[in-house]
Design a protein around this ligand. Structure first.
Ligand SMILES: [Mg+2]
Length: 172
């Protein structure tokens, strides 16, 4: 019997789910991606490292989370304040993830700008958005807009997704 997906348990699907990159979807060997050593290398075992041999890691349940949200027809977006958007997009492509996100807002500065752009591009209200990020400063700033923000401590996980969806359903 198939395992029930946490996505099926939520009553009100978000209009848009937005993810940060560094330490939310991936860990670039303990560094932010803009502090690593380019060029990146695809290793023989299918992994990715930087030119100094630092191994990059997509959090274990990240792809399953995207699968579940896509199966529920929830649109996906990225909001990253990295200083190297080109490296971030390259890494997304190395992992085959780039096209899974309908909207990319990847550039430095306060994420208020990123979310105002997402609202303008999608027509989706802040209160209908769910956001995952590992940094308190982003959670605080974006939370003030009315976006449902969830702090990620050790990378995204299915249990965190489920908790966020339940909480979202209760608040809207
Ligand atoms: Mg981050």
């Amino acid at each position: 019997m198939p395992t029930a997906s946490p996505v099926w348990n939520f009553m009100v699907p978000p209009g848009l789910v937005v993810f940060d990159l560094d330490f939310t979807l991936w860990d670039c060997g303990g560094l932010w991606i803009d502090c690593t050593s380019h060029p990146f290398i695809q290793t023989a075992d299918g992994g990715v490292s930087d030119s100094s041999g630092r191994r990059f890691r997509l959090y274990e349940e990240a792809e399953e989370i995207l699968d579940q949200l896509e199966s529920a027809e929830v649109s996906l977006a990225l909001a990253s304040r990295t200083e190297r958007p080109d490296w971030a997009v390259e890494l997304l492509n190395l992992w085959g993830l780039e096209e899974r996100f309908l909207y990319h807002e990847i550039y430095p500065g306060s994420k208020v700008t990123h979310f105002e752009s997402l609202r303008d591009r999608t027509g989706i209200h802040f209160r209908e958005m769910l956001f995952f990020d590992d940094e308190e400063r982003n959670i605080t700033e974006v939370g003030r807009l009315g976006v449902h923000c969830h702090h990620v401590k050790n990378g995204v996980s299915l249990s965190l997704l489920e908790a966020a969806l339940k909480s979202f359903s209760k608040k809207v």
